[in-house]
Structures are given as structure tokens and as C-alpha cells.
Design a protein around this ligand. Structure first.
Ligand code: AMP
Length: 278
């Protein structure tokens, strides 16, 4: 059956009122790929009714970012979600989500100012605000998010805990191309040559794991080897950090279970990736 397409907040409220069972929610900005679809599949497995939102949230982009060029293809997205037998697709307009007199923001302290927050200082405020709004409108039992955006997942878990959201958040593994490139809507911006260069993100993370397995534990030493590999591929490093996975604090020595996260610019496209060190 075709998913029900819902493009007004009032209609979403009205429909939600009559939904019963476990409600699963997958928030997305559309232009769906296998990464998004893996979240939908997990939601189908764990819940009775699956709602996917498609909304390119303007408040998480800063003035110099790619909001107007952000890839969109709603028809294709609907087809993909129909194939997966999603129940509802919620795609509100900018005007509904942010009317002219809009004034309220949700802001998580500290952990939004590190990593991606350093080069994108208002980004997470946009993310936490839109996810709060979507959770208020949809009132899901479980929300499914990708570990690809690891900091986002940690920030939203903190927000949900601090603000007493009843929704449980499930983090899902990163989906990659066969050659290791993490799927991302932004990969579309890469030329064939840039696409090859972009493999340096995953390769450097695998190198870190290999070094750790060979008993190298110094974060600085490992970051230095990763830096060489990325720079050899003409990647411009925004950050590489070894992190305690709950607090996002930098740790000087790797331990099993820590995360390494990085952001690298390849051909003007900023890409992110991360790995759980085992
Ligand atoms: P976006 O449309 O970029 O806002 O992403 C929507 C959701 O899909 C977020 O929870 C992302 O973490 C998740 N996601 C994006 N890319 C991937 C991927 N390669 N693997 C797993 N989840 C992903």
C-alpha cells in the first residue's frame, strides 16, 4: 500500500491521534539512500507503524552553506519509501515549521560546540530545535538515527534525557559503499576523482583500528598517521578526534570502545565519518 503523504502539521496531529501500537519515526532531509533506508528497515522491524519525515531544515545550515543546492528528489523518495511499505511520510513546508514570527530555540550546552560545532556553531541548535518540533508533532515511541552523524546522535540523546522526552532513541550502524565510503547525500557533489579521494576518510579510520590492534595507543601518534594518509589524498582536515563516546571528551590514549570522528573537506565538500574502536 502507498504511504499516506502528509504535508500539514494539523493533518499529522489529526492522524497521529488515532494511531495505536508502537510508533517508529525516522527523521530525514530526503534524497534518500541506503543509509536512510537501513533506518527505515530497522523501524519496520521494531515498530508497528513507521513515519518518515522529509524536511530540509533551513536552521541547521549557516548562511555560507549549501541549503539552496542541497539535493532533493521527493518523487523518488516516495517510491523508495513505498517499496519499504512505510505507513506515513510527513513533509511539511518551511513556512509551517518556521512561520514569520518564529522565536524559540532548543540549545544543548558544550557538546554542541566541539567537533562539527566548532566550524558550524549554529548547526546543532537547528538540529535540536527541528527534532524537538518533529517529536512534538509525531510523538513517536522510538526514533531511529544513524551513527554516521555520531555527534548528532549524542547531542539528541542528551537533549531527550534533559528535556524528558519519552521517545527512545535507537542508533543504527553506518552504511557504506562496497569500497568503504560512508553513504551521504553530499557524495553527489564529488567528481569521480573526488569520489576516489574521499575514500581516505574510511581508510584513515581503518588505519587507526589497525594501529590500535598493533598496540599503538597514543591518540596523537594515531592522529598523525591518519593526517598523513588524508593529506596524501588531498583531503583538508577540519578535525580528527579520539573521543569518549558519551561525553565527546578528547581522550589522550585509545581504549576499546572509544570513537574516532573526523571531518574532511574533499573538493569543497565537507564529509564526516567515524569508527568505534574495538
Ligand atoms: P539526513 O537526511 O542527512 O539528515 O540523515 C537522516 C538520518 O540518516 C540521520 O539519522 C543520519 O545519521 C542517517 N544516515 C545518513 N547517512 C547514513 C549512513 N551512511 N548510514 C547510516 N545512517 C545514515
Amino acid at each position: 500500500m502507498k504511504p499516506k503523504l502528509i504535508n500539514s502539521i494539523e493533518e499529522m496531529f489529526a492522524i497521529r491521534k488515532h494511531l495505536t501500537g508502537v510508533i517508529g519515526f525516522v527523521p530525514t532531509m530526503g534524497f534518500l539512500h541506503e543509509g536512510h533506508l537501513s533506518l527505515v528497515r530497522e523501524a519496520k522491524k521494531q515498530t508497528d507503524i513507521v513515519i518518515v519525515s522529509i524536511f530540509v531544515n533551513p536552521t541547521q545550515f549557516s548562511a555560507n552553506e549549501d541549503l539552496s543546492e542541497y539535493p532533493r528528489n521527493i518523487e523518488r523518495d516516495i517510491e523508495l519509501l513505498t517499496d519499504l511499505e512505510v505507513d506515513h511520510i510527513f513533509f511539511p513546508t518551511d513556512e509551517q515549521m518556521y512561520p514569520e514570527d518564529y522565536k524559540t530555540w532548543v540549545d544543548v550546552d558544550k557538546i554542541t560546540q566541539v567537533l562539527c560545532g566548532r566550524s558550524r556553531p549554529t548547526h546543532f541548535r537547528g538540529v535540536t530545535t527541528i527534532v524537538t518540533k518533529l517529536m512534538n508533532i509525531i510523538d513517536p515511541d522510538i526514533m531511529f538515527m544513524g551513527e554516521k552523524d555520531f555527534q548528532q546522535l549524542v547531542v539528541l540523546r542528551q537533549m531527550a534525557k534533559d528535556l524528558n522526552f519519552r521517545t527512545k532513541i535507537v542508533g543504527c550502524s553506518i552504511v557504506r559503499e562496497k569500497d568503504g565510503l560512508a553513504l551521504s547525500s553530499r557524495n553527489k557533489y564529488l567528481s569521480p576523482d573526488g569520489r576516489k579521494k574521499a575514500l581516505c576518510l574510511n581508510k584513515s579510520l581503518l588505519l587507526a583500528q589497525k594501529l590500535f590492534s598493533g598496540n599503538v595507543v597514543s591518540s596523537n601518534k594515531i592522529i598523525s598517521h591518519m593526517t598523513d594518509l588524508i593529506e596524501d589524498n588531498e583531503g583538508i582536515i577540519d578535525y580528527i578526534e579520539v573521543l569518549e563516546p558519551k561525553t565527546l571528551e578528547h581522550i589522550p590514549e585509545l581504549i576499546s570502545g572509544c570513537r574516532i570522528a573526523l571531518a574532511v573537506v574533499v573538493e569543497n565538500t565537507r564529509l564526516i565519518d567515524n569508527i568505534k574502536i574495538v
